[in-house]
Design a protein around this ligand. Structure first.
Ligand code: ZN
Length: 255
């Protein structure tokens, strides 16, 4: 077991709220601020005081609670330098490959443009944790709203290089739709098995968060553009990984 406790809960309709805390130091961070009231309630239930807010990107469903939470807890708000004009009340802005410290743990900032141009993710290197916001989902990836498919592909390549045992916390519960999409493209045994598991969890209203990178590497098609069976399924046997990614992203947008 690591030194951190992590709580996750649903905010709004399908956003994940995630709170990470260190019992020994009392330091407590929320990843994004989708819903101030629900985050506040979780803090109270667990007898925690918010010290940090780690913001991944500027979309309203990730920042709406900042003002209330900062006002109540005087927490430090950390977010992407590239979106500093669109995210309120930032205390610290960060850029690609910069390190910040949280309770003695080094966190590497990784810029992952694509979903938005300034999107960042937080990699707790020593703790094998990744907070991926709307860049990577279980068996899926974020819609490419601002960047190009090439940028998003390159952002996901950065995630692929992290240690396979990295636990990944993502921004939305989209797992069932993502698994159905993957199975519709390529009903491989790993994909079908995971679809079954997710169907069962969701039927019981259970969370699918977190995932791990090693599970994603064999079930997340958006990371599997070098897989020859997948390429054949798409009739794109000679295509480059980046082209496979782009084809999948386009197909998923209308799935
Ligand atoms: Zn978003």
């Amino acid at each position: 077991m690591g030194k951190f406790n992590i709580n996750h809960f649903i905010c709004r309709s399908d956003n994940y709220g995630v709170i990470i805390s260190d019992k020994n130091t009392g330091l407590t961070a929320s990843i994004d601020a989708p819903d101030a009231e629900i985050i506040d309630q979780e803090l109270k239930i667990n007898d925690l005081k918010l010290t940090h807010l780690f913001i991944t990107h500027k979309h309203l469903d990730h920042i709406e609670g900042i003002e209330y939470l900062k006002d109540k807890y005087s927490c430090k708000v950390i977010g992407p330098e590239k979106e500093k004009d669109e995210i309120p009340l930032l205390d610290i802005t960060v850029i690609d490959e910069e390190y910040i410290d949280f309770s003695g743990s080094p966190i590497k900032i990784i810029e992952t443009p694509g979903h938005t141009l300034g999107h960042i993710i937080y990699h707790f290197e020593q703790d094998n944790l990744l907070f991926a916001g709307d860049t990577l989902f279980l068996m899926g990836c974020g819609r490419v709203f601002e960047g190009t498919h090439k940028q998003m592909f390159e952002s996901l390549e950065k995630i692929k290089k992290l240690p396979p045992n990295t636990a990944i916390y993502f921004g939305h519960e989209y797992s069932l739709a993502n698994a159905k999409f993957a199975a519709s493209i390529w009903p491989d045994k790993h994909i079908k098995k995971r679809l079954d598991e997710i169907e069962s969890l969701r039927a019981q209203n259970k969370h699918t968060i977190p995932t791990t990178l090693d599970a994603e590497l064999i079930t997340n098609l958006f990371l599997m553009g070098d897989n020859t069976s997948l390429k054949r399924k798409l009739d794109m046997g000679d295509a480059k990984e980046e082209e496979i990614f782009s084809e999948l992203r386009t197909k998923k947008d209308t799935f």
